[in-house]
Design a protein around this ligand. Structure first.
Ligand SMILES: [Zn+2]
Ligand SMILES: [Zn+2]
Length: 400
């Protein structure tokens, strides 16, 4: 279940050396899928199960991963090898791959899934990344599954990880956008390519159409635009209200009239006064956002707004923690622009995690993964004492 790469100062790869016959990829993020190109450098027969949106999105993500990778991949060949082995499966369908399993909406990004492994002696649930609240695009994770053992993520497992409501998020976004545009400043939003960027486009489009924000050009870059197309194409995986609005009321936020793609190579057109720019990478570790940041950092009318998790050690995290300059392509750049944070999340927060687990029927054992050490511990402390809880380390084996 999942074959990701940990992208940090040094890339870290899965430590299991034996290549399995069957793999399930839960969603298109690199920490869950980016080892596939390593595995499929050569042709091999391994079934890779995933939903259709994940199949569509990983092509984009993996192509980009290979482009920036230090390993040299034969990109076309590798992608072909992966796609030939993809086995598309839908939510709720029981697949027999030697063991029986089914995928269930995890509400994280389009096509994202939790994996339920069926076993008469007790099911195993791997939550993968999940969200318990509705977003502009997705329904929340399916709750109430039956499992004796759960492997649960803990990105926001810390006791103080309380995320604002959708209403509070909306109000803050409106305030930051209006405050910046009133000064003729530009709003720069570093974002992940898949998920957050599209959510933001839909939020901004809706506020502009509703008159809460003055219409302003929203610039998005290549990856975010391509993923937006895929989301529209696979809209059957989006929540019903969104499908309904596209089909019945002719309002298609995926084709917003406020959205533009910069045309010039140096992206000068996108930094006109009063523009909004949503671009990668989300933690300021390279990508087009650095070009914009260099241009916009020195003007205090402008705003840099973080909208996602900033991992320790990243430039994004340092700025969020108060650093007033940033290194861009070898140059130290002073930050005079406003810094704002909008606590958007595609992950369950502390209470969401606890609540989700309490809704699993017949749960006895909980393995906490996918989170900083302190957050795993704090989540463990908050769980009902009736569960046997484990904080596994890399390489440890358990029998369930
Ligand atoms: Zn994810
Ligand atoms: Zn993840």
């Amino acid at each position: 279940m999942d074959y990701g790469v940990k992208i940090g100062a040094q890339e870290e790869y899965p430590t299991i050396k034996k290549v399995p016959k069957n793999i399930v990829i839960t969603h298109a993020h690199l920490d869950h899928a980016a080892y596939l190109p390593h595995l499929f450098r050569k042709e091999r027969k391994t079934n890779v199960y995933m939903t259709k949106p994940t199949r569509d999105l990983i092509q984009l993500m993996i192509a980009d991963y290979m482009r920036v990778s230090k390993n040299d991949f034969d990109n076309g060949k590798v992608l072909n090898n992966i796609l030939r082995n993809c086995r598309i499966t839908d939510y709720g369908t029981v697949v027999d791959a030697g063991v029986k399993f089914s995928l269930h909406n995890s509400g994280h990004i389009m096509g994202s899934a939790s994996v339920l492994v069926h076993n008469p002696k007790g099911n195993l649930l791997y939550t993968s990344d999940f969200s318990t609240r509705t977003s502009r695009i997705m329904d929340p994770a399916e709750m109430g599954l039956t499992a004796k053992t759960a492997i649960v993520e803990s990105t926001y497992g810390g006791k103080n990880d309380v995320l604002p409501s959708n209403k509070e998020l909306g109000e803050k976004l409106v305030k930051v956008v209006n405050g910046t545009l009133k000064k003729n400043g530009r709003l720069l939003i570093p974002s992940f390519a898949v998920g957050r960027g599209q959510e933001l486009v839909l939020m901004l489009d809706s506020y502009m159409r509703g008159g809460l924000i003055e219409p302003a050009p929203i610039y998005i870059d290549g990856m975010i635009k391509k993923a937006l197309h895929i989301f529209r194409h696979d809209v059957i995986y989006a929540k019903k209200e969104l499908q309904h609005s596209i089909l019945v009321s002719d309002v298609d936020p995926f084709k917003s009239r406020y959205v533009f793609v910069p045309q010039s190579r140096d992206r000068r057109d996108a930094i006109e006064e009063g523009s909004i720019i949503i671009t990668t990478s989300g933690m300021l570790k390279g990508g087009p956002v650095m070009t914009y940041l260099r241009e916009l950092a020195g003007d205090k009318r402008n705003t840099l707004m973080f909208v996602g998790y900033q991992a320790p050690g990243t430039p994004g995290r340092r700025i969020m923690d108060g650093e007033k300059s940033v290194r861009i392509r070898g140059q130290e750049v002073k930050l005079k622009m406003n810094i704002e944070t909008l606590k958007m999340s595609a992950h369950a927060d502390h209470n969401g995690l606890v609540q989700y687990l309490n809704n699993v029927k017949g749960l006895e054992k909980v393995f906490i993964v996918h989170g900083e050490e302190r957050k795993r511990k704090e989540l463990e402390e908050s769980l009902d004492k009736k569960y046997e809880v484990f904080l596994p380390k890399v390489g440890e084996e358990y029998e369930v």
